[in-house]
Design a protein around this ligand. Sequence first.
Ligand SMILES: [Fe+2]
Length: 433
Amino acid sequence: MVGFFCLLLMLPELHSAPTVWIQPEQVHLSYTGDPTSMKVTWTTFSPAPSMVEFQKVPGVENFTECATGKATKFVDGGLQQRTMYIHRVELTRLVPGQGYVYHCGSNLGWSPKFYFVALKNGSDWSPRFSVFGDMGNENPQSLGRLQKEAQRGMYDVILHVGDFAYDMDEDNARIGDAFMRQIESVAAYVPYMTCPGNHEEKYNFSNYRNRFSMPGNTESLWYSWDIGSAHIISFSTEVYFYLKYGPDLIREQYVWLERDLQEASKPENRGQRPWLITMGHRPMYCSNNDKDDCTDHESVVRLGLPGHVFALEDLFYKYGVDLELWAHEHSYERLWPLYDYKVFNGSIEAPYTNPRAPVHIITGSAGCREMLDPFVPEPRNWSAVRIEDYGYTRMQILNKTHIYLEQVSDDQDGRIVDNIWLIKEKHGPEAWH
Ligand SMILES: [Fe+2]
């Protein structure tokens, strides 16, 4: 009997996972940057073909179209070296603004069916976003509300500004699997756009780089894309902190950022998409009472390496970035238009109308096991609003001159606890003068 019992103990994996596991799971969408296409990503634990069947809705749902892609094998860096297959299929020739139904998998096993609306074309529409960071598996307080709102069609895009699952690599990446399953009811319906945070660091960000499918060829580390009248740049603040993965990444990303900002600033581009919006995980400024980088006057994200090399505040100011979205601090903080610790409000009556410096929003309170981050008692003079509730930000880019932002408190049953109109008649560095 003892021998049999020992044999059972030695084979825990055989009990926890079937040997063939080809059912698709963890289905999520991402935007490719082309309104006639959308990418579908999912996971199986055994090799299987990668197919998506889809068609326009409304109509009889016969899945009349089929697209194929391929799977990459991902081996987690944990002791068990768990293996999974990440399937990616790009749907093409979509009609912008059209609704679709789809399912993914193969004839070995299909997902449930999901719906999405292809993003609209051109700059003359008003995309709606939900923006947040720092959402985990435990205490994901905003998730239920986000699931309901995403399925009601309230958003065109989700921006998750780093820190997922807490942490995706834990329990041999089972925490990553659980997280991707629990966001499916948001991300299978609305493109879920991301940037890396510090909680993705393990094994050189491998869970993050393998599980998401952002545009460009950096394994989702930095990329940019256009939507409506905005150009959105997602980047990694983490290259400044985890030098062990290659100090060159800072320079590589910085060079890319400057080239991308130059391209977006060409009159023909900025004329059509005047809003430059960045998203990165760790903010340059914050007034929380932890000892994070943003509480430091010499913030690395703001000032770069010693000697102010690869400094992001100056780079973003130089090209007239309008709005900077951050997370990492588990709270919501809206700053006055700010450059180099100086406030540059448009006017006393209307601070966000023609501001003379970028506007920063820090929104990292979606909910995670680390709970909320309190503030220092006295607000800084550059801090406009500070809220210590679980929640998330909604953003709508109305047109070339108006952006609306509001903060939803999940603690207060969805009440809007802050809102601003950011109004700019001029964009680019000339707007600062
Ligand atoms: Fe973080």
